[in-house]
Design a protein around this ligand. Structure first.
Ligand SMILES: [Zn+2]
Ligand SMILES: [Zn+2]
Length: 387
């Protein structure tokens, strides 16, 4: 896979560019590389697709936020991704409807011969996106999980199959636009004849008019209900990540496209483990005699318990590493480790007998600290453990 260029770079705008500026920049780039202006030029076509992909993301507040946070990997395979990213030309042209459709530039490309959606549109309003929070525990995050959740939302009306009409006879092709949803006008300008395309005002661009409404949905083509949605959560997701399932949001009105379902990942705290990126940390407490003699201990890991050996003479603050016992990288190959931070437990209160014993110990030279001068500093150890 080739590396993708930064979307802001593709459109030639800064990260702080406003929506207007992004739209303008996209228009400029798209016009420059439009296939009608560069017939047979593969490189121009690639640039054109690249710009469309960049615009699809940067023009959508949700996708833009995701991109700003996670970069291209926000839309990698397995995350549910986003539709149309990799350049189906028809998708890109249909996107043009929004940006070029209703002004004088609408037909600057070619003679209006390119059909945007094959004539008949019959598209009602698109459904809105839905956001759902999803709480996952460490084990689910580490292995990936399939969750079936019940989503309350607008669903397509069964009675009228989403058309909003009482029956077939009460749905008529709009006579104003002949079902195309668009009205073309030819204007004479100083540049010559220009065609403009505007949305049909009779049917609001839907291509059909309804004479009698469906009783179930009152003509909306959708009803409020619920749907079981199966979510495939890839391994390695993190608190705050968003996955989007295209078409699983609210149903559109009268057969309009569905919105997306956006899943916001939340992490359930683990009773003993702490997450830091791909690594997990565990605070281990051992007794002073165990630190002196060495011991075997059981420690919790993301998936069950693991036995580790504490060698004789282990210092408090020592960090042991269980390789590969951390989290996998989402859509990647690397895996984190589990870090075990050793703490030697200091008793908080002792009997008089213990006190006498400890005082005796304190007189022995073996008990006097003599740190190794070559030992790494605390900061170096932390840095190394979490690298
Ligand atoms: Zn209905
Ligand atoms: Zn019409």
């Amino acid at each position: 896979m080739s590396t993708k260029r930064d979307y802001y770079e593709v459109l030639g705008v800064s990260k702080s560019a406003a929506a207007d500026e992004i739209k303008k920049a996209y228009r400029k780039v798209a016009m420059q590389f439009h296939p009608d202006r560069n017939p047979g030029d593969k490189e121009a076509e690639e640039k054109f697709k690249e710009a469309a992909e960049a615009y699809e993301v940067l023009s959508d507040a949700d996708k833009k936020a995701k991109y700003d946070r996670y970069g291209h990997q926000a839309f990698g395979p397995g995350t549910g991704g986003f539709g149309g990213g990799n350049g189906n030309m028809e998708d890109i042209f249909s996107q043009f409807g929004d940006i070029f459709g209703e002004d004088i530039f609408g037909n600057i490309f070619g003679g209006g011969g390119r059909s945007r959606s094959g004539g008949r549109r019959s598209t009602g309003q698109r459904g809105s996106n839905l956001r759902v929070k999803l709480k996952l525990n460490f084990e689910e995050i580490a292995k990936g999980v399939t969750k079936n959740i019940k989503v309350k939302k607008y669903v397509s009306c069964n009675t009228c199959s989403g058309s909003g009409a009482k029956d077939k006879g009460s749905m008529q092709t709009c006579s104003n636009c002949n079902g195309s949803g668009q009205v073309r006008k030819v204007q004479n300008t100083f540049l010559g004849q220009m065609q403009t395309v505007t949305t049909c005002s009779v049917c609001n661009g839907e291509g059909t008019t309804i004479t009698a409404k469906c009783h179930t949905c009152k003509g909306e083509g959708r009803v409020y209900g619920e749907e079981m949605v199966s979510l495939d959560i890839p391994a390695g997701v993190q608190e705050g990540m968003q996955l989007s399932l295209s078409g699983k949001g609210n149903a559109g009105e009268r057969g309009g496209a569905n919105g997306d379902l956006i899943i916001l990942i939340e992490e359930e705290a683990h009773p003993a483990l702490h997450r830091d990126g791909l690594n997990v940390a565990f605070e281990l407490f051992i007794t002073f005699p165990d630190a002196v003699f060495g011991t075997n201990v059981e420690v919790p890991t993301i998936d069950g318990k693991a036995k580790i050996k504490i060698p004789a003479g282990t210092q408090s603050g020592k960090i042991f590493r269980l390789k590969g016992k951390g989290f996998p990288e989402v859509n990647g190959y690397s895996k984190g480790d589990q870090l075990i931070h050793v703490n030697v437990w200091t008793p908080q209160g002792v009997s008089s007998e213990e006190k006498a014993m400890l005082e005796r110990m304190n007189e022995s030279n073996n008990f006097k600290p003599h740190p190794d001068k070559n030992e790494k500093s605390f900061f170096e150890k932390i840095k190394e453990a979490f690298s």
